[in-house]
Unconditional design. Structure first.
Lengths: 264, 258
């Protein structure tokens, strides 16, 4: 218990401040216990040759999941922004387009959208490759939510900003690019971060059409190993890692963009 | 040059052609008639102070002149250009505006607030725009604040930055919409001083304000508005000493009594 005394500083004083390392210690302990106990943890045991090859097989889905989610995000952000701008215009047809798009897309379960794009569209002679079917379905489903977030963010920028931009004769694209969006994005970053995480998680649904991403890999492994608990636990941890990295990235962005505002 | 042009331009004892012509404009917001049949002419270099009770339409009037509001009827000519959706950008390039709430861009430094318009609208290079910005920041006496963010400045400083931002576009006309109403009393003078200097330099100005001291010092003409109409217009000396209407008299009594 030497570390305890050192952490406490002076002896006979209240407990030491909580340490970040301890959470990991507990987690590791649980996993070790579980692995030692009865069950089939050997199928994912990195110390065994078979476990290692199983883990490698599961991990090989990472890159596909990352590409899939990243592409979907990259497409859904400009799409969402464009739809939001329709919703903010004063033209009736554009407003209808916006309302219609958001209401319809939001109402379709992502799972159904994926099936519709991959199995439905070919009946209309629109054939999209497996990867891009996943990307398109995720991006479309996501763009409706992005649109609402963008619209809210843009509307939250005080009206005076738009008027000041007009008063110096800035045109609409420049007003958006230099005045409104920089202020809007700072406000919606936490909400966007949520959506980023959501997309990564929802990419698991693309496994249904056979895309070789993380969830699909896990399912394939279960067919040969018959150990659902162990394999799905590892799968959950894989998503945990992805999401933790992503949310750290979003926090970094928030700090970077919020820095100016805090200085103020 | 045709005779009619000549007469319009320099006839009537050398009087210049008006740079702003407002002819019978109406503006309603839902059921509220903000302006009804307002007409006004402003000559180049003239300083107009518009006053009147709140809700009288004075802000709406100047917001119509750079089309932050669309007028419902009548016409507005700015520097000879009829104002509509098509010409709004063209007109705004010649018309600077200063707002009650400053409306500086909070995410941009003072310098970038000033250079955005010149660079994106006038096509100036960074160096040219920076030089111009520093020139106008010096004119409003805060060149040392160039790298700060607007929120790090006092209200009076922010409003002077807003004036400099408008001037960087080299407008022919400046509109001021209650520029000192959101300021603490001790900061009003520094903003009014800058405005008075601008007036001395020959700028055409329309100022909506309750600062009657400033009006007496600077205005060529006072315009009194009430209920969406121009009730009275006169040179300041006459306006303050012998108001012609009861409404104007009541207003002046209220505003000058304390």
């Amino acid at each position: 218990m030497r570390w305890f005394a050192r952490a406490a500083g002076a002896p006979a004083h209240p407990p030491p401040p909580p340490q970040r390392g301890r959470a990991w210690l507990v987690l590791g302990l649980c996993l070790t216990l579980a692995a030692c106990g009865s069950g089939g943890w050997y199928v994912v045991d990195p110390t065994l040759p078979n476990g290692r090859s199983n883990l490698n097989f599961m991990i090989s889905g990472f890159w596909y999941t990352i590409q899939l989610s990243a592409m979907a995000l990259v497409l859904s952000i400009p799409a969402g922004l464009l739809i939001a701008l329709c919703g903010l215009s004063s033209s009736r047809p554009l407003l209808w387009l916006y309302r219609g798009y958001v209401e319809v897309i939001r109402a379709i379960p992502l799972f159904v959208l994926i099936l519709w794009v991959y199995y439905g569209l070919p009946d209309l002679d629109i054939r999209i490759a497996l990867f891009w079917s996943g990307v398109v379905a995720l991006a479309i489903g996501e763009s409706a939510f992005m649109a609402e977030i963008f619209r809210g963010g843009i509307q939250s920028v005080p009206r005076g900003q738009l008027e000041a931009a007009k008063a110096i004769s800035l045109n609409y694209p420049d007003t958006m690019r230099y005045v409104i969006l920089p202020q809007a994005i700072r406000r919606i970053l936490p909400a966007l971060g949520n959506q980023f995480i959501y997309v990564v998680k929802m990419s698991s649904l693309v496994s249904v059409i056979g895309a070789p991403e993380l969830t699909r890999k896990a399912n394939e492994l279960i067919v040969t190993e018959y150990r659902a608990l162990e394999i799905y636990t590892v799968l959950a941890l894989e998503y945990l890692v992805l999401v933790l990295v992503l949310s750290a990235g979003v926090r970094w962005l928030e700090r970077k963009m919020g820095a100016d505002e805090r200085k103020a | 040059m045709q005779c009619s042009d000549f007469c319009l331009g320099f006839g009537e004892g050398g009087k210049m052609q008006p740079i702003i012509q407002v002819r019978g404009i109406d503006k309603r917001f839902g059921d509220f008639q903000a302006l009804s049949g307002v007409s006004m002419e402003v000559s180049a270099g003239e300083k107009i102070v518009v006053c009147g009770p709140s809700g009288s339409g004075k802000s709406t009037l100047i917001r119509c002149i750079n089309r932050l509001e669309r007028h419902d009827a009548g016409e507005i000519l700015v520097d000879g250009v009829g104002l509509d959706d098509r010409t709004a950008d063209q007109v705004r390039r010649e018309v600077g505006m200063v707002f009650q709430q400053f409306n500086l861009f909070p995410h941009l430094s003072v310098l970038r607030n000033l250079t955005l318009g010149p660079m994106r609208v006038r096509g100036l290079s960074v160096a040219e725009a920076d030089a111009k910005a520093m020139e106008y920041l010096t004119r409003v006496r805060i060149p040392e604040q160039a790298e700060k963010l607007p929120t790090q400045l006092s209200g009076g400083q922010q409003q002077r930055v807003a004036i400099a931002r408008a001037l960087c576009m080299e407008p022919k006309i400046m509109l001021f919409d209650e520029p000192t109403s959101a300021l603490d009393p001790e900061m009003i003078a520094e903003v009014l001083d800058v405005m008075a200097e601008l007036a001395d330099s020959g700028m055409t100005m329309i100022v909506v304000t309750h600062e009657m001291g400033f009006a007496k010092r600077v205005a060529d003409r006072m315009v009194f508005m009430d209920k969406g109409e121009i009730v009275e217009t006169a040179p300041p000396a006459q306006f303050f000493s012998t108001p012609q209407t009861q409404r104007c008299q009541t207003f002046l009594n209220q505003i000058l009594s304390h």
